[in-house]
Design a protein around this ligand. Structure first.
Ligand code: CTP
Length: 401
């Protein structure tokens, strides 16, 4: 519940503004007290009267309204709340936020607030993908602005792509995540995800089929429970999840360097499919074929083991280290041996034999191996595996020094 929590909702001018009415209703249902600021363009999409009627509060729209200034100044408006939500957040308003512009009440309130900000971007997919918007979002994230969405799907202009505003239910969940004190609030977590690519030469590499779906979902689930998450990911096709720091790497060595750079953390989850070997005779130039000679020899050298390194006893050891065991046969025997060998606390074991259909799928059948025994989980969505694991982690670290 959000009883008594005060949300300042900034509505900027996009077709998704109609969904903000539903958001207001849901926030009110949860007990939140909502004040709304509308940009001039937003008023072309929804009327201040509709917003006022649903929120039950006066709508603020003009910086220079003497009455508003008399009743409540823009500084008070922006600071007298627990959270500022910008939904929809247009490319234009995000750009203003990133550059510190304050030419109307909405942008002024966003510049003057000292409260957490959650943005729900909504725009054409080309605008979302434009380097200017990418840079603005990176700046805002760096400053601690939270984001939910955008989602992929059909856009208002009849084109489809990444740019649809997150649904009101998703924005509500993000608001609740930020305003509730999740069980992992105050704790830091690092998650490795995706494959690593080990170069053979500048154009070729050794990789694997990991999609990163499970690791990314775990990072999101931990963030939803309040953890401050750093996701270290190899090359994947997934968008960066919101509300966390994301570090992109290619090789196992880079992944280890990034992981060590995050320490100290309370929780480490190594879900990445790290290449066991790197190419020790990788060529700086593209290898050319010699039609008459033998195929080139690729020499391999062992990669560092990130999970084993993080599990080493010492002052920087995370309180809980969780590894994955992807096996194609003798799942539990191999997984138990891995737990011992790598020195981690838990192993999430999953069957990746071709018949299991796990790789690239949205579903997973896992077994959680701890010092206490084995839990067999049913075949559930990777997002649900992540949610269940995050709650297990929360239960485990709560009482742990
Ligand atoms: N892992 C890691 N660094 C490596 C190799 C693996 O952090 N260099 C982590 C993975 O993220 C996973 C766990 O170790 O959490 C198991 O990895 P896996 O590749 O399945 O195990 P291996 O140690 O490679 O054993 P095997 O090849 O015998 O299956």
């Amino acid at each position: 519940m959000l009883d008594g929590r005060r949300v300042l909702l900034v509505i900027s001018g996009g077709i998704a503004a109609y969904k903000s009415l539903e958001l207001i209703r849901r926030l009110k249902d949860r007990g939140a007290d909502i004040r709304c600021v509308m940009t001039a363009n937003a008023q072309n999409f929804v009327t201040p009267l509709a917003v006022q009627t649903l929120s039950g509060n006066k709508v603020f729209a003009d910086t220079f309204s003497l009455t508003d200034e008399h009743e409540i100044g823009h500084i008070t408006l922006a600071r007298d709340c627990d959270l500022v939500v910008v939904a929809p957040a247009t490319a234009n308003l995000l750009a203003k936020m990133a550059h510190g512009l304050a030419d109307d009440l909405a942008s002024t309130a966003l510049l003057v607030t000292d409260k957490p900000i959650l943005v729900a971007p909504a725009m054409n997919f080309r605008m979302w993908g434009h380097p200017a918007t990418r840079a603005n979002m990176a700046t805002l994230k760096e400053r601690g602005v939270h984001a939910v969405g955008p989602n992929a799907g059909m856009l208002a202009e009849g084109e489809s792509g990444l740019g649809r505003m997150a649904e009101p239910a998703e924005i509500l969940a993000a608001v609740e995540g930020l305003l509730s004190s999740g069980p992992l609030r105050g704790l830091k977590a690092l998650v490795t995800s995706g494959p690593t690519f080990e170069p053979i030469d500048p154009v070729r590499f050794i990789g694997n089929r990991s999609s990163g779906k499970q690791g990314h979902a775990i990072a999101s689930a931990l963030a939803r429970l309040g953890a401050e998450v750093t996701l270290i990911t190899g090359p994947v096709k997934l968008p960066d999840p919101p509300d966390m720091k994301v570090v992109h790497v290619e090789t196992a060595r880079e992944m280890l360097g990034a992981a060590l750079g995050c320490l100290p953390v309370d929780i480490a989850v190594c879900a990445a499919a790290v290449a066991d070997w790197t190419v020790s005779n990788a060529s700086k130039e593209k290898r050319k074929k010699d039609p008459n000679g033998p195929p080139p020899a690729i020499e391999l050298a062992a990669n560092p083991d990130i999970l084993a390194t993080l599990s080493e006893k010492g002052s920087a050891r995370p309180r809980l280290v969780v590894g994955f065991a992807a096996e194609t046969e003798n799942l539990l025997t191999h997984a138990r041996a891995k737990l011992e060998r790598k020195g981690c606390d838990w192993i999430v074991a999953n069957d990746v034999s071709p018949s299991s259909g796990t790789f690239g799928s949205d579903f997973n059948t896992v077994h959680l191996i701890t010092q206490g025994g084995v839990e067999d989980w049913p075949r559930i969505a990777k997002a649900d595996v992540a949610e269940r694991l995050a709650w297990k982690i929360a239960d485990s670290v709560k009482g742990k020094p």
